[in-house]
Design a protein around this ligand. Structure first.
Ligand code: GDP
Length: 162
């Protein structure tokens, strides 16, 4: 019995220092390392989810330095997400299939330094037809899995609609 292989191309967007590399490395290695350097990388990773082979291509993209955020838990990183999501939605308005988007509120462990509520993330997701997860790449592997497995579900849903 041959099973259809699923290929998922995932682009990580967001301000500098929000934890894009941490999320990717945690997903692939299950480890939280701490420092990740400044390289833009493409990661290929094959995983089996519910008995199916999934091939992940993850673009961990560097946001242009000019809008660099030096501080974590910075409200402006939320505005970067809002703009990026709106830009994607605007660009694809004429297409029949919507790009699957998950908005990630990372660093949930840094509660005391929080400047954006998860309610705001949830509302943004609702208004732009995205899914929201508040997670910590540092604290738990579980939340990271929710994000990447959630993407697979959304990708398959959107392919089924084509
Ligand atoms: P990127 O520029 O978006 O790829 O961000 P990095 O993955 O390089 O992470 C930036 C910094 O935030 C690093 O020092 C990470 O160790 C730290 N970091 C990433 N995720 C978390 C998290 O969930 N909690 C905490 N406390 N720190 C995190």
């Amino acid at each position: 019995e041959t099973q259809q292989k699923v290929e998922a191309n995932i682009l990580l967007l967001g301000a500098e220092n929000v934890g894009k590399s941490a999320l990717t490395v945690r997903f692939i290695t299950r480890r939280f390392i701490g420092e990740y350097g400044e390289i833009e990388s493409i990661y290929s990773h094959i995983d089996t989810i519910d008995g199916r082979e999934i091939s992940f291509n993850i673009w961990d993209s560097l946001y242009p330095q000019s809008i660099s955020e030096k501080h974590i838990c910075d409200r402006s990183s939320f505005e970067v997400v809002r703009q990026q999501v709106q830009r994607i939605r605007h660009a694809s308005r004429k297409m029949s299939a919507k790009a699957p988007i998950i908005i990630v509120g990372n660093k949930r462990d840094l509660q005391h330094r929080r400047t954006v509520s998860s309610e705001e993330g949830r509302l943004l997701a609702l208004s732009e037809d995205c899914v929201f997860f508040g997670i910590s790449a540092d604290e738990t592997y579980h939340g990271v899995l929710l994000v990447f497995h959630g993407l697979i579900d959304l990708i398959e849903e959107s392919r089924a609609l084509r």
